[in-house]
Design a protein around this ligand. Structure first.
Ligand code: ADP
Ligand code: MN
Ligand code: MN
Ligand code: MN
Length: 333
């Protein structure tokens, strides 16, 4: 019987920023039809992942979504939720708290910085490179650094069937972005988690780190965010200035609730500089990259039909918390 390789991956209990963990299960199967039906619930040692105490260490892994593993023959990546031994969601399991709504679409802009020896790649050994300006969407040695890894990551995302919609070099040297789009809150957040997993896997091969910290270099250097573009059916099909600005006003009222789940150390990034609004202010505006929420100019020109961009989430934010907060504020409950 052929042997299939299933990489069960999950989010650990480390605080303030959880990490990803994974382990391989080999199964003898006549054939694998895809999906979770043929995959058993598994377990792991939660005392080694900040999810349990040593005297009662078992946590359960419940497969919830399966992707082809582009790095392995007959291999699959199994996104799993962590459950307590009694089958209830573990407290670290933010996915289980999302009430999915398929009419919501999300497009995440995941920014990150490739690091070597504690510095962004491309930075000189001593001191700093020339000031920001030439690095955004750059081409050419000296202004672009890391493209080989980024290209390979893009290919892995495509081969895994993720909704990756684009890639670009970012404002700081060594900083990059890719976008993940999905229809449905869980689908889009799941794809984002898999894209992060593939990125971390790839860094092992290159010997560089992918840093999701929102402000990896202090000073006059851009931080990293995870802008969350979102829409529901009414925004896409009905639109109108009133509908869109009413949503923005509801977000003004829930600003603190959002910031609380938009990532650790986000205060270092949301300063009012470097294309951000201050963490303690809320604003929205057409085409405004200094606002908390930007109404894209194309949306305004199209009778305010389309989507909004929440610019506040940090690069290290939990996408399940982000989609839950956004859907709650859009719905006003
Ligand atoms: P920016 O101009 O802010 O850099 P990007 O092009 O990087 O924008 O990202 C925009 C994201 O918004 C893309 O991932 C795209 O798929 C997503 N997007 C486009 N339309 C919608 C929509 N109706 N609902 C949700 N997301 C959308
Ligand atoms: Mn972008
Ligand atoms: Mn960006
Ligand atoms: Mn953006």
């Amino acid at each position: 019987m052929p042997k299939f390789k299933f990489e069960y991956i999950w989010t650990d209990g480390c605080l303030p920023v959880p990490g990803l963990r994974g382990k391989t299960k080999i199964l003898d199967l006549k054939s694998y039809k895809g999906g979770v039906k043929q995959l058993p619930v598994w377990n792991f040692d939660g005392s080694s992942t900040q999810q349990a105490e040593g005297f009662a260490s078992d946590c359960l892994l419940k497969p919830v979504s399966v992707y082809p593993d582009p790095t392995r023959e007959r291999g699959y990546i199994v996104l799993s939720e962590v459950l307590n031994p009694d089958g209830k969601p573990h407290i670290s399991n933010s996915r289980a708290r999302v009430k999915d709504d398929k009419q919501f679409w999300f497009g995440f802009e995941q920014e990150y910085v490739l690091m070597f020896n504690g510095k962004p790649i491309g930075f000189p050994k001593d001191g700093f490179p020339a000031p920001q300006g030439p690095y955004y969407c750059s081409v050419g040695d000296g202004v672009n650094s890391g493209r080989e890894l980024v290209e390979e990551h893009m290919e892995l995302c495509l081969d895994a069937g993720l909704g990756i919609t684009g890639v670009n070099a970012e404002v700081m040297l060594g900083q990059w972005e890719y976008q993940i789009f999905g229809k449905g809150a869980l689908k889009s957040a799941d794809d984002l988690m898999i894209s992060r997993y593939l990125l971390q896997r790839l860094t092992e091969k290159y010997g560089v780190k992918a840093d999701l910290h929102p402000k990896p270099v202090r000073g006059d250097w851009n931080g990293s965010g995870m802008h969350a573009n979102f829409s529901n059916k009414a925004m896409r099909e009905k639109g109108g200035e009133k509908l869109m600005t009413d949503i923005c006003k509801r977000f003004a009222a829930t600003h603190k609730k959002h910031i609380a789940v938009y990532g650790a150390d986000n205060d270092q990034r949301l300063t009012g500089r470097h294309e951000t609004q201050s963490i303690d202010k809320f604003s929205y505006g057409v085409s405004d990259r200094g606002a908390s929420i930007r109404i894209p100019v194309g949306v305004a020109l199209n009778k305010y039909k389309g989507y909004l961009e929440d610019r506040r989430p940090a690069s290290n934010a939990d996408p399940y918390e982000v989609v839950a907060a956004i859907m709650s504020s859009v719905k006003g409950k």
